[in-house]
Design a protein around this ligand. Structure first.
Ligand SMILES: *[C@@H]1O[C@H](CO)[C@@H](O)[C@H](O)[C@H]1NC(C)=O
Ligand SMILES: *[C@@H]1O[C@H](CO)[C@@H](O)[C@H](O)[C@H]1NC(C)=O
Ligand SMILES: *[C@@H]1O[C@H](CO)[C@@H](O)[C@H](O)[C@H]1NC(C)=O
Length: 214
């Protein structure tokens, strides 16, 4: 083997080890709440994971979004976007700790407003259940929710984020590359996911992210 071949083989082995470690990470995870989900994916950045069970009969998905590496003074959010692969206009689930527990709520982000806050409000589809827990030993927040998925599709752009709290409310997240690459797609029906943005190029995404909280 010449040098290039060796490098390629080594690269493939590394990638395989990395990919299988990621896969194990989510499928072997056991929830303290005893919840079980049939599918999971390790999201591409920010130590985040999505677990879900899709019920074709009523087109609902029971999901758990886990975000690691967060302290009690951080907020986390996971959202699906029926339009572009960006936070603007997305339908978000938000959670953070406060003195009396963990607050979890839904927040529909405006498509037109560049400066986005995470205020509580209904989404464009129903979320009959939402709750969250903060596991301080794992520095992890987990959001549990049931989503009545928008009809006619099982595949969506997904976006996720985390940021600081200020006066007990979500404040603007970091603009580093990790926080700008937290987009992808998820198909609740087939289990297929991708780390790539479904729509839009990185230039417009960057601009949109820069001007919004989320
Ligand atoms: C995802 O779940 C479906 C059933 O809902 C199952 O058929 C499929 O094999 C799962 N995919 C993975 C990657 O676990
Ligand atoms: C959807 O259907 C499944 C069974 O297929 C059931 O377990 C679940 O509770 C239902 N969800 C809702 C929100 O009705
Ligand atoms: C704190 O969290 C609890 C849920 O644990 C919620 O009921 C309450 O509204 C939250 N308080 C504030 C100020 O957000």
């Amino acid at each position: 083997m010449d040098r290039l071949q060796k490098t390629l083989v080594f690269g493939c082995v590394l990638f395989y080890v990395f990919a299988s470690t990621l896969a194990q990470d989510c499928s072997s995870y056991s929830f303290t709440s005893n919840n079980k989900f049939s599918n999971c994916t390790s999201l591409s950045v920010q130590s985040a994971f999505l677990h879900w069970t899709y019920h074709p009969a009523n087109h609902t998905a029971d999901i758990a979004f886990r975000h690691g590496g967060v302290s009690s003074s951080r907020w986390v959010a996971w959202a699906i976007n029926l339009g572009k692969a960006e936070m603007r206009g997305s339908q978000a689930l938000v959670a953070f700790s406060n003195s009396s527990g963990v607050r979890a709520y839904t927040s529909a982000l405006s498509t037109s407003n560049y400066y986005i806050t995470l205020s509580e409000g209904p989404l464009s589809f129903q979320v009959p259940k939402i709750s969250a827990e903060f596991l301080s030993s794992q520095s992890e927040i987990i959001i549990y929710a049931t989503l009545v998925l928008p009809s006619g599709r099982t595949s969506f752009n997904q976006v996720w984020q985390e940021g600081p709290l200020s006066s007990g409310a979500p404040a603007e997240h970091s603009q580093d590359s990790v926080h700008q690459r937290s987009v992808g797609t998820v198909d609740f029906g087939t289990g297929q996911t991708s780390a790539a943005a479904g729509v839009g190029n990185s230039k417009t995404r960057k601009r949109n992210v820069r001007q919004s909280i989320l």
